[in-house]
Design a protein around this ligand. Structure first.
Ligand code: FES
Length: 87
């Protein structure tokens, strides 16, 4: 489990171990566009301001993943306890 912090509002959204970041955001009323939900299409790509991402998608390149400026909430998670996202 980890927390997502919505930068624009300060809202904190907890992501349980058995849900995706996208599911947690949706349950909290935060809109994220989704399509494949498998880390392929990039529709859900969301800018990351702070925190380390555990990338599980096949959309971003290795260099983009290493830069860590965005993540795919349909499948990727946080490595640490929280990610601040630019929503
Ligand atoms: Fe396709 Fe997330 S919805 S990569």
């Amino acid at each position: 489990p980890f927390d997502l912090v919505i930068a624009s509002s300060g809202q904190v959204v907890g992501v349980a171990a058995d849900q995706t970041a996208a599911q947690a955001l949706e349950a909290a009323g935060v809109f994220v566009p989704l399509s494949c939900e498998q880390g392929v299409c990039g529709t859900c790509l969301t800018p990351v301001i702070e925190g380390e991402v555990e990338h599980r998608d096949a959309f971003q390149t290795d260099a983009e993943k290493a830069a860590g400026l965005a993540f795919t909430p349909c499948c990727s998670r946080a490595r640490g306890q929280r990610l601040v996202i630019d929503l």
